[in-house]
Design a protein around this ligand. Structure first.
Ligand SMILES: [Mn+2]
Length: 324
């Protein structure tokens, strides 16, 4: 573990009275859980806190305690002494939240993506952490903060999600130490797990059913893919949040080394999500060729073009990465 200097976070916030907190578009539980936990801590510190997400607090994440603290960003710039961006590798991934940050605001960027562009005035990037939630817990322990059951539940959800329930690369003894500490702070693990993993909406199941029926194999069956055209989104009435985790069913197949999910977006764009099963296959490197980013084994990009075009181009680049 690299010894991180948590003091830069404390220093950046010490004299701040008003603080904004936000995370990326299409939030996952690491994004929202980290946002909520950090906002709760800032409030305990006596700061005036505002938490945003481009989607507000989506229904899918209403199991996160105190999710009401997250609101939709206003269209006009707000004055904050410090604005904290969490789990967000590039500033434009804050989406419409960017419009709410007045120019000249000090930005504190806390993240675990290796591709983070250090866009903050203060940057705390720990790529050895498998989740931003783990960085925050370690920071709270460093400063001796009281971690309430609500904060702990948000951070546990953050870590559980980003590690694929404590499975993926980056899951190490620090992760389990963090989880252990969070449980001692009052996390109801079976209850939280039920809310996170055993409460999927039926429409997501229908999406999964379709995905399994139409999955394709490429590169001598070493790549599995699934495409989601816009007309299907309409027919199944799926929400963007329903896509999360579908790709893991493709990666879980024996012999498959990488999985890719292509989602047709309005305005001639395709969202690409890629997952790799082995550290030697760097899907972040491939996504960067398409102006995306992420982690070596989980990355994505938004690419101009039709579904077929983007799929062909991306699979060619990924096959080259796998075969080299
Ligand atoms: Mn994350």
């Amino acid at each position: 573990m690299t010894k991180m200097n948590f003091d830069i976070i404390s220093d950046a916030l010490r004299d701040a009275r008003t603080v904004g907190v936000a995370s990326h578009i299409r939030p996952d539980a690491d994004a929202l859980g980290s946002t909520i936990a950090f906002a709760l801590w800032l409030r305990d510190c006596g700061k005036e806190v505002t938490a945003y997400n481009e989607e507000g607090s989506t229904a899918k994440f209403h199991y996160l305690p105190c999710h009401e603290i997250v609101s939709l960003p206003p269209a006009t710039p707000q004055k904050f002494d410090v604005f904290v961006a969490l789990d967000t590798s590039v500033k434009n991934r804050l989406g419409t939240v960017n419009k709410a940050i007045a120019p000249g605001t000090t930005v504190l960027n806390i993240d675990h993506h290796i591709s983070n562009e250090n866009y903050g005035d203060v940057n705390f990037i720990d790529a050895s952490a498998p989740a931003t939630g783990q960085i925050l817990l370690e920071f709270f322990q460093h400063v001796g903060a009281r971690v309430s059951a609500e904060m702990a539940t948000n951070l546990f959800a953050a870590i559980s999600t980003d590690t694929g329930s404590f499975q993926y690369a980056g899951t190490n003894e620090r992760t389990f130490a963090a989880a252990s500490h969070l449980i001692s702070c009052g996390v109801d693990v079976p209850g939280l797990s039920r809310a996170m993993y055993d409460s999927q909406p039926r429409r997501r199941f229908e999406l999964l059913r379709h995905a399994l029926n139409t999955a394709e194999f490429h590169c001598d069956d070493r790549i599995a893919t699934f495409s989601l055209p816009m007309d299907l989104v309409e027919r199944l009435k799926v929400l963007p949040e329903d896509n999360e985790g579908i790709i893991d069913h493709l990666r879980s197949i024996e012999g498959v080394e990488a999985a890719v999910f292509f989602e047709e977006l309005p305005e001639g764009k395709v969202r690409v999500s890629a997952r790799s099963k082995f550290p030697r296959i760097d899907v972040c490197k491939v996504c960067k060729k398409f102006e995306g980013g992420g982690h070596p084994m989980a990355a994505g990009a938004r690419v101009d073009g039709t579904l077929t075009q983007v799929k062909n181009d991306f699979l060619k680049a990924l096959s080259d990465e796998i075969r080299n």
